[in-house]
Design a protein around this ligand. Sequence first.
Ligand SMILES: [Ca+2]
Length: 359
Amino acid sequence: MRPNRRLVLIAVAVAAVAGALVALLTAPKEADAQTTRVVARGLTVPWELAFLPDGRALVTERGGRVLVLARGMRTRRSAGRIATRASGEGGLLGITLDPGFARNRLVYAYRTLGNDNQVVRARFSGNRLRDARVIVRGIRAAVVHNGGRITFGPDGALYIGTGDSGPGGLAQTADSLNGKILRLSGDAARGDGGRPETVSSGHRNVQGLAWQPGTNRLFATEMGETDRDEVNAITEGANYGWPLARGDDRGEDGSFATPAWDTGSGNVAPSGATFVTGRNAWNGDLVFGTLRGRHLHRLSFDGDRVTGSFVSLAGRFGRIRTVVQGPDGRLYLLTSNRDGRGNPVRGDDRIVRVTPPSR
Ligand SMILES: [Ca+2]
């Protein structure tokens, strides 16, 4: 190589390194401030993650398997299967622990079985799920809009997010369990089960449920049709409008509740959500995964009013089904790239650990 040519190449290389350095220093602060690490690989459409008191975690896979991940998530084993028969968006979906899990070892899961969505209770003992029985039935199943997120509230009751069961859905049908947020008392959940009561109605497809620390207010993410995905602050007895109204539309008689935040003309398919706690810069913010959006979304709040909307990890890990905060204060994302709508890469589906930026 002629010396002057070599000099040019060196100059180009130096410029490239300098350029990358400048790009790194001037990148959006949020992208710099968080760190990510893939902690588990090779899952098949994981849907929900629940940390156990000993630091291990249960993960549902939509096909019906429940996994037990060791602390740190490097190894895992099967805790068994919960029978499910599903097509489309149905399957084994949410899982949550009883508030008294340390004593009673009870866990709850949401599944699709043919034309029915159900809540099942089981006991996690000896690393296996045992004695599974149905405690809620009669949530109509469909190819799409099956809901599926479940969580216990500060009142000790079990809250269930459902979907409208697709076109011509049931969100405005008062005696249907579909298109609602439902509540089953803790006693019924631990006992014989029963028909849950309706907390709120007019939901298209509730995919995330999160309790706001301090206020104990329930927030729910909901997928819009082609626009206006919503984050709703849930009020007992309120009707959130679907399918008669969406976004800020209060309907003809002005009776529908409007969202705390919506995507406007856009559409990201928001899914599982959690409020971040602890000594970090995201403390008090709501984070949720997005499927179509393929990013982690974060909303900041003043009380129940949304003050900011932030996107991170855009395109980095593909479709994100949910985000859960671990006992270590970090966030754990489940990818959903093998659900038939993604572009799986080697290692999918994955669990990604995100360390929020420090204050
Ligand atoms: Ca609405």
